[in-house]
Write a protein that binds this ligand. Structure first.
Ligand SMILES: C[S@@+](CC[C@H](N)C(=O)[O-])C[C@H]1O[C@@H](n2cnc3c(N)ncnc32)[C@H](O)[C@@H]1O
Length: 375
């Protein structure tokens, strides 16, 4: 068995599995049992801001049904191609160690599992970790992995974790490739776990994404693209970007409702506005996804940038109202995203409250640059 890169969420010491791999513990005897479905819950109760943070079970079920129809498969295929290329480059550089891969905000595991299969198809030795704050999502992902292993008669080799992306319970600089799809970016947290020169690949929505659906829900559409480069800036260097753009037809009322349910438009839009969708049996929509490939800058370089930034800040007398801070992984995103319309997460209650206000038939301004927005 390879040494685990998991960290104890209590004391941050290394977590190692017992003989049967049914539980893991650290040298301070903090112990975590594997759930029956195979996942590990490393999210401590006092770190949660609500009972069930992240996507609800209803959203998870809708997302799974929708993604299983392969409507977004071209996104997954493009991502896999990029991940395999990155993995092949890294495999040449590393000394026969299996690559450590992490999918942050993995949801119910559609993209993670396909990525795992694609790496395996290319005989790339790796260990995949899927992490999400939603227990329901992680249960679904672990079940997906188990079902797939039964089908292929291979043991489950992936690790499914309930944990927050803000405090990833993995060893510092242990990850070769991290991905993050349609989930808010927290570069400083990612930088802690990605190896120097390791890859970070994110997928976000472009400005035309689901435009036809949004036109049905709102009178006025805000066409502003989320800019991951601004968000990732300091600690990561952009090395490539790709657009995945196509049209596809939602071919049943159920599929339309599943798509709606997995997006924030569902709780952002008034019931009467959603009426316009309820009689449709098909709807052709544009899929517009942006893939950005970054490399983690060397720690030393990133550290120098932080120091330079603080030196500059010290010389400024009046500080801006919203300031980015290297110790707060949310701060940069907050500054750049400007009250983002997040999906149902416990992280930003104020944002959720704001979005819970009755929506006008106008796409909210806060749906501006929003990586969560229109998946
Ligand atoms: C829009 S969904 C995307 C899921 C998946 N990546 C996909 O594209 O199918 C966003 C996911 O991020 C998760 N999430 C929200 N806040 C999180 C956090 N702080 N840490 C980890 N996951 C989080 C949600 O539970 C949800 O599963």
């Amino acid at each position: 068995m390879t040494t685990s890169i998991l960290l104890c969420p209590v004391c941050k010491e290394s977590l190692q599995a017992n003989e049967s791999n049914k539980s893991l513990s650290c040298e301070n005897n903090h112990s975590f049992d594997r759930a029956r479905q195979g996942y590990l819950n490393l999210l401590l109760a006092h770190k949660k801001k609500s009972k069930n943070p992240g996507d609800s079970q209803e959203m998870v079920i809708a997302r799974q049904a929708f993604l299983n129809s392969d409507f977004y498969r071209p996104i997954s295929d493009s991502l896999n191609q990029i991940v395999v290329e990155a993995a092949l480059k890294l495999s040449k550089e590393t000394l026969a160690q299996p690559l450590q891969v992490l999918d942050i905000g993995c949801g119910e595991g559609y993209y993670s599992q396909r990525m795992h299969n694609s790496l395996s198809d290319h005989q790339i030795e790796h260990k995949l970790h899927g992490l999400d704050i939603s227990k329901d999502a992680v249960i679904a992902a672990a079940k997906r992995a188990k079902a797939e292993s039964t089908l292929t008669s291979k043991p489950v080799q992936s690790e499914w974790l309930v944990a927050s992306a803000i405090d990833i319970p993995l060893q510092a600089h242990s990850i070769d490739i991290a991905t993050c799809l349609f989930t808010r970016l927290m570069p400083e947290s990612y930088h802690k776990v990605i190896k120097q020169d390791g890859y970070f690949i994110c997928v976000n929505t472009g400005e035309k994404h689901l435009i036809e659906l949004r036109e049905k829900l709102y009178d006025k559409i805000t066409k502003v693209e989320f800019d991951p480069i601004k968000n990732m800036g300091e600690d990561f260097e952009l090395i490539d970007q790709q657009q995945v753009s196509y049209q596809n037809t939602l071919s049943s009322q159920q599929q339309i409702q599943d798509l709606l349910l997995m997006t924030p438009h569902n709780w952002r839009t008034k019931a009467e506005n959603k009426e316009s969708l309820s009689s449709l049996e098909e709807l052709t929509v544009t899929i517009d996804a942006q893939i950005h490939v970054f490399k983690a800058k060397e720690v030393i370089q990133a550290q120098a940038a932080i120091e330079e930034e603080s030196a500059e800040e010290e010389t400024v007398e009046e500080k801006p109202a919203v300031k980015t801070s290297s110790s707060n992984p949310w701060a940069k995103a907050e500054a750049a995203v400007e009250k983002p319309a997040v999906e149902n997460t416990d992280i930003e209650d104020s944002v959720i409250e704001q979005l819970a206000e009755p929506a006008e038939k106008e796409e909210p301004q806060n749906s501006k640059p929003n990586p969560w927005g229109k998946s």
